[in-house]
Design a protein around this ligand. Sequence first.
Ligand code: NAD
Length: 328
Amino acid sequence: MKVIVTGGCGFIGTNVVLKLLEHDQVEAVVVIDKMTYASNDKLMELAYFHTNLFIIQDDIVNIEKYNKLHDFEFCIHMAAESHVDKSLNELDNFIHTNVKGTYEVAKWCFKNDIKLIHFSTDEVYGHLEFEDGDRFQEERHPKPRNPYAVSKLFAEQMIDLANIEYHEKGKYLILRPSNNFGEYQDKTKFIPVILNSIKNNKKIPVYGEGKNEREWLYVGDTADIVTQLVTEEHNSINYFYLEDDRKYLNLGSGVDLSNVELIKNICEILDTDADNHIEFVEDPRGNMHDLKYAVDSFKLSCIYDTNKIKSNFKSNLKRTVEWFQSQK
Ligand code: NAD
């Protein structure tokens, strides 16, 4: 099988491509990536040695011109502007890549009969109150609250639009993952910032009172799930995209932690006292900062061992900390 991965040089993309290349059913992987600030060189270096990995440096809005890739079976669409804070000031890039780019990718996939696995986000649902024991199910009406999340909801709708243009023949699955952590994450994201601050003896900037809660999913699990979706003998993806109400799939871990709790977990691994490292700073989003995200992963549990994701959380966090420590 041959797979196209847009945004494959980003954080999740790198992990997904590395996992795909390990699988004996995967004959070739082509990455299309603009190589923005969020990309890393790992796959570029690897492409010199791997005869089945090809990297095209281009903007996904130009995907139409790659008609030679028409015999590929899957496109995993991850290219995006993904930093919420940047979306507060650089909205044009988010509209260009997340909205227009996704529309172009979807049209191209449907025209060439390529199955599309689109990475959306749990942020499209909006947020929950702290005391809310509820979790977002896929059927929940989306109510995004920041520009990034709105652009990702538009992206989902661009896929529906392209599908209408192609007479509802498009085959696609929309993933809504929770916060990923792990190897190759950009240094501007929260866990690398925590580790860098501790390493450089600086305070960790924590917005507000650090109570905001997120669901933390190890990127190795995300990569496993995606690899399973495209390679599995019985093709579990068929189950999803055949029915309209199954087009969405939450990817969660069941591990809900406030920002302060996450820092405490990391400090425990590093054997240092979290209280010495935290500095509470003003939240640029103020009251608009989403309080809590938590998804219901029942659908996911039908195809993947979600208990394993939860029970391996601490060891995967440790593995992540050690990986960042091993980097220059
Ligand atoms: P990332 O920001 O680390 O990587 C994005 C990649 O897309 C980069 O390599 C960048 O160069 C590339 N890119 C950006 N604009 C492009 C364009 N116009 N054309 C081609 N390539 C372009 O993102 P990530 O954290 O790896 O996230 C991957 C996907 O998963 C995104 O769609 C994101 O919205 C979604 N997601 C991420 C998380 C998370 O916790 N990281 C959670 C939920 C959903």
